[in-house]
Design a protein around this ligand. Structure first.
Ligand code: PBG
Length: 873
């Protein structure tokens, strides 16, 4: 043997479980995080802080909407900082405990909104003092110790009275812990208010962004006479010891990363006292900008620094990254699913796909499966790129992928079960080229490459392995049900699992929407948003800038029927789609110009014009009728109205494939957009209120008429189907998707849908070309679930496990959430996940315990001696 067994370390860390055993007590769970919050004194404000990117100050009226989702993700504690403006500041920081102070006003609200949230308040004078120092100053600007600690205790008590759970003095004045404790005792609050002392707080360069955020910088001098000097190890220990003696309940070291040794020293001295470490503003900004400029990937660098702080001995980390970290925790469990027992159809599709995979790839088995649904837009056509809401839902038809990662190669093999129609393709992950020939639809695998490229570009991860991506699908292509976006999404989701980069659903939607532009489609992001976020049983109203989804529940008694026109249309293969985009753009520029908006050339979306004018949609329709004529506008006429040259028109407002269009229809297009935006609002309102199916249907018929007459994007085959649906009793029907072909969607009564489908099917008689797959010609669909990843266990029969368990296995049971890497894998990227770590075991005998025992012994002895003395007397 060339190496002694005790020198072999690799044997201890070759798989994930072994590695986890080596990292005990460094896990991150929600209770290990505390979120600092800046409360602005302007109640309705949300103010960005330029030196703390993505962190905001919130007014009392805005904090609830911000916190609610984070509390839902598991946030357990917050640390409040009040912010005020100069005019309220004075020598003694009066505003710190004034009744109007935003912190004092927000505490009771927080406690009613979130009864289980632990609320801590920073106590200091600097944000409220005119001089910006943390204590009271004498006339010659020296810290006045006694006045300082009295004032700090007053402030602390005012927060305690308002309902704070924790008081956290950050001022570093001598004696303030003792003073605060005795004031709390006088108030009768000693046992229900906890004191977290900023005990080892160093004078630091890393507080810069915070002082911006809280406007708390010293107006002259600095804090070196009360905050610890960087190199002072012994003094830090003395500071901690003093605060313990004075009775603090919790300890803190601050900043965190440059002071890991102080964290360790403090934890070793007081293992029985929970220790906080503050990852301060400068540390936040440093990680943020490092990641932004490509030095590292934020998530893994942040995880490393937090694990390091935990390893040094911190029990809780105060960090501005808490919301992000909690979001990342959430990610994995929600994405992996096991099929529910009643999903026979999907199970058998996966089985077929699995068999085809095994056969094609010589016995290899897929690692996991992905299902990505198509979608149907119920109402709101051609309005997304104008900034208005749409209302889609996910459908049953979907793309299924069987995926296997391939080590030691960056090769991607892409194949489709229907390999006659869709030929195999392979390439290297680090050399993806997407070249589209103009006026030809892109090849199927080019959509796949878009998805891969999106993930690689956004995660900045160097791919470490390749994959096999084998798919089948039931979404009819080029029919307006989003088969192409589903393919891009399936590829992106698969690669993100293979490379173990976990994005949230919202991030995946953004990434894939952007990635599809590599193919040349300028979509508004609706398809990807619904594909990743759809919930079973509801449609979604989606608004843009920023992207937001609201659930829309469709009345129970209605179902949707989708029917294909058999006329196919590929968005990327002609300029019809972009022509409409451009016509809307010109209409909006002209309205802006004619109504005298400054910077008219910036109004490229009709919604932007409406927002600036502050008119309602009805008024916008009136404006359009007044300022446009109904004929075609020539390029010349447009240039004249806008007072620009033809070359500026082409370069600034037209696109590559619309430069050569000579005439534009403007009035009708704008009438459609504003009218359709109004119908979307009404449709969603009806779902919420009367739930009347005939009213919903009417909106759909009206939408179709508008698309046909004003937007001129229908087709005779679509018009025929809408008429057939109407004749057979549908409440409503309309073309869905971009138009010029594709599908219609009809709203039908659930109890008569079978007959309805039969009659509409009959109307196709003699018209179906042999090339069309009749299985999906017309189908019934209810709102379905969004994209999901399934583990391979589904292929074994669930029922066996179910009978053993004596219950049905539900989707949330997800059998595994993580992949166990192969033995000896050199590179494994960990993803943070929700682990409930064991409480840290206290050492059997701590130093303090020893001291206590000694005290006890001494007093016992003294007592005994006293007694003996008494007796002998
Ligand atoms: N005394 C106020 C206080 N409380 C917390 C921080 C810094 C927090 C951070 O930088 O994130 C400071 C700044 C300072 O001492 O100047």
């Amino acid at each position: 043997m060339d190496i002694a067994p005790e020198n072999v370390l690799h044997s201890k860390i070759f798989n994930d479980t072994l590695r986890k055993w080596q990292c005990s007590n460094t896990e991150l769970s929600p209770h290990n995080l505390m979120l600092p919050l800046f409360i602005s004194e302007s109640d309705d404000a949300i103010e960005e802080i330029s030196s703390l990117p993505e962190v905001c100050r919130f007014g009392v009226n805005r904090i609830r909407e911000f916190l609610e989702p984070i509390v839902k993700l598991g946030l357990q504690s917050v640390l409040l900082f009040g912010v005020t403006n100069k005019s309220k500041k004075d020598e003694i920081a009066s505003f710190a405990d004034a009744p109007e102070n935003p912190v004092i006003r927000v505490i009771p609200l927080l406690k009613t909104w979130f009864p289980n949230l632990t609320v801590a308040c920073d106590v200091c004078l600097c944000p409220y003092a005119s001089h910006g120092h943390c204590g009271i100053l004498t006339a010659d600007n020296i810290i006045e110790p006694k006045a300082s600690r009295k004032r700090l205790a007053e402030v602390a008590c005012s927060y305690a009275k308002a309902g704070a759970d924790i008081i956290a003095p950050s001022d570093m004045m001598d004696g303030r812990i003792k003073e605060i404790k005795s004031q709390l005792a006088e108030l009768g609050l000693i046992s229900r208010v906890c004191v977290l002392s900023y005990s080892a707080k160093f004078q630091s360069n890393f507080y810069g962004p915070f002082r911006d955020a809280a406007d708390s910088g010293a107006k002259f001098g600095d804090r070196r006479c009360y905050q610890l000097p960087c190199g002072s190890k012994g003094l830090a220990l003395s500071a901690v010891k003093r605060d313990v003696r004075e009775g603090c309940d919790l300890l803190m070291v601050k900043p965190a990363m440059p002071y890991l040794d102080i964290i360790k020293q403090t934890k070793e001295e007081y293992p029985e006292i929970p220790l906080f470490a503050y990852q301060v503003s400068g540390e936040y900004a440093m990680l943020y900008h490092g990641a932004k400029s490509g030095v590292f990937e934020l998530k893994s660098a942040l995880k490393e620094s937090l694990t390091g702080i935990r390893r040094a001995g911190a029990d809780c980390i105060i960090t501005y990254y808490s919301p992000k970290i909690l979001k990342w925790f959430q990610k994995m469990p929600q994405i992996f699913k096991t099929l529910s027992a009643d999903d026979e159809e999907l199970k058998s599709s996966f089985k077929k796909l699995n068999d085809s995979f095994v056969e094609k790839y010589n016995g290899l088995q897929p690692d996991f499966f992905v299902r990505v649904p198509g979608r149907v837009n119920l109402i709101g056509e051609h309005v997304d790129y104008n900034g208005y809401c749409v209302c889609p839902m996910a459908i049953k038809q979907s793309i299924l992928a069987a995926v296997k990662s391939v080590d030691n190669s960056l090769n991607v093999s892409m194949s489709n079960v229907e390999n006659k129609k869709y030929a195999d393709y392979s390439c290297k992950l680090d050399k993806i080229v997407i070249e589209i020939e103009s006026n030809k639809p892109p090849a199927w695998y080019q959509y796949v490459l878009c998805g891969f490229k999106g993930i690689l570009e956004t995660s900045r991860v160097q791919p470490s392995k390749g994959l096999i991506f084998h798919i089948c699908g039931t979404i009819p292509p080029a029919s307006g049900l989003s088969s192409s976006s589903a393919l891009v999404c399936a590829a992106a989701l698969s690669l993100s699992v293979v490379l173990n980069v976990d994005f949230s659903n919202t991030e995946l939607a953004e990434i894939t929407a952007k990635a599809e532009r590599h193919i040349g489609t300028e979509g508004g992001g609706m398809d990807q948003a619904i594909i990743f976020n759809a919930k079973k049983g509801t449609a979604s109203k989606i608004s843009f800038d920023p992207l937001k989804l609201t659930e829309v529940s469709i009345p129970q008694k209605g179902v949707f029927v989708i029917a294909q026109s058999m006329v196919t249309k590929n968005k990327a293969a002609s300029n019809d789609f972009n022509a409409r985009v451009v016509e809307c753009r010109l209409a909006s520029l002209i309205i802006a110009k004619k109504l005298g908006l400054n910077q008219w050339h910036e109004y490229k979306k009709l919604a932007d014009v409406q927002n600036s004018l502050k008119y309602d949609l009805g008024k916008m329709l009136q404006v359009v009728s007044e300022i446009f004529h109904g004929n075609y506008y020539s390029k010349d006429e447009v240039c004249q109205i806008l007072d620009i040259s033809e070359s500026r028109l082409e370069d600034e407002f037209l696109t590559k494939n619309t430069k050569f269009i000579e005439e534009f229809k403007l009035k009708d297009r704008a009438l459609h957009v504003f009218g359709e935006a109004l119908r979307v609002e009404m449709f969603c309102k009806i779902c919420e209120t009367t739930k009347s199916l005939p009213e919903l249907g009417r909106m759909m018929f009206e939408s179709h008429t508008s698309l046909k007459n004003y937007y001129e994007c229908s087709h005779a085959a679509l018009d025929r189907l809408v008429a057939v649906c109407s004749m057979n009793g549908a409440f409503g029907a309309r073309l869905t998707g971009a138009g010029w072909g594709g599908c219609i969607v009809a709203l039908v009564a659930a109890d008569s849908v079978a007959e309805f489908v039969k009659s509409v099917k009959a109307s196709y008689a003699g018209q179906i070309p042999t090339t069309v797959d009749t299985a999906n010609l017309i189908f019934v669909t209810k709102p379905g679930i969004g994209a999901s990843v399934f583990n391979p266990l589904i292929l074994e029969d669930n029922r066996m496990m179910e009978s053993a368990l004596g219950r049905t296995i539900s989707e949330s049971d997800g059998a595994f959430k993580d992949y166990v890497p192969k033995v000896g894998l050199i590179y494994h990227k960990e993803s943070p996940q929700l682990v409930f770590c064991k409480p840290k075991l206290m050492p059997l005998k701590s130093l303090t315990l020893e001291r206590l025992e000694k005290l006890q012994e001494d007093s016992d002895k003294a007592l005994k001696e006293a007694k003996t003395a008494q007796r002998t007397n």
